[in-house]
Design a binder for this molecule. Sequence first.
Ligand code: EZ4
Ligand code: CO
Length: 403
Amino acid sequence: MPRITSARVIVTCPGRNFVTLKIETDEGAYGIGDATLNGRELAVASYLTDHVIPCLIGRDAHRIEDIWQYLYKGAYWRRGPVTMSAIAAVDMALWDIKGKLAGMPVYQLLGGAAREGCMVYGHANGSDIAETIERAHEYLEQGYKAVRLQSGVPGLAATYGVSGERFYYEPAKGSLPDETVWSTSKYMRHVPQLFEKGRNALGWDVHLLHDVHHRLTPIEAGRLGKDLEPYRLFWLEDATPAENQAGFRLIRQHTTTPLAVGEIFNSVWDAKQLIEEQLIDYIRATVVHAGGITHLRRIAGLADLHQVRTGCHGATDLSPVSMAAALHFGLSVPNFGIQEYMRHTAETDAVFPHAYSLSNGLMHPGDKPGLGVDIDEALAAKHEYKRAYLPVNRLEDGTMWSW
Ligand code: EZ4
Ligand code: CO
């Protein structure tokens, strides 16, 4: 049995912060897992170092389910993003080890490929509609089958999803949170124009997506979904905050635009009602924030019973280790829908050499044993952690709102 001999947390900032757990065994194989919780990174690093790692030493690295249950039930304090990201990092690292010892890529251990590759969507964003469409064309030229459209809103100084960079989007910055200003009415007038022009320019063969980023109330989301119906979106994401799962009933009563939610979920319990009542079409929980491959498979299993498909979050703040884990999961799960892909910077890719690749709009995790991602520790050590916050958001009268 491969015994866990050591585990440690590596914090690095190759352009942005990442927290990685590395677990070593007495059989030589080691595994890595992502533990990055954007804007709250050191809380997870401490949870792992101060509370989880001492419990791992000496355990059988093959007993993934038992270790998962030990960390979940054994903490007494269940769920929450810090706990579940820490458990996820352990889980990913153990799947990586199991794959390496078996000489197989993780997706083979999960039942093998259920498709040729995972369809991904890229982010086209611009300060106005014309610029967004121009960037969407660039994605189509690169073979993408699906593109998310976000654009600046007239009258608002900054909008979620729009960045100066061409292919990267990085909202976390500053030693204190940036403040942005939001107007629902300006936004609601603008988005249907974005999609009318987007469809006309891009045609009907591409899947189009949009992220509301938790800004609307359920009835406003119902209105927006209805206004967007003529443009046949693949999904409308995070239309309203989802703590109150029953709130999605109201959206459903008013629109057939498909709904996706879940990038901030950390457990199947966050999605239980949404899935069981078929209030959503895509569940966006991630490997890193929702308890690892082990728990994400449980969520997908429930979702499959209710014709809800997966659509994992894949922003740049999820490290290449998470990206790889998401692709092993996505390739093997029966009810895969789509995978978000915001590519990482060259600096990040250099710290995390990886086997996954993109071709013709589909991504594949590659066939290296384990997850197929490594961490260059010497290079990682050169990039020191830098505190960075996600922005906060207020209405025009100063009221705090969801960012
Ligand atoms: O704002 O990952 O769909 N993608 C998103 C992301 C999130 C960031 C927050 O850390 O909504 O851009
Ligand atoms: Co989102």
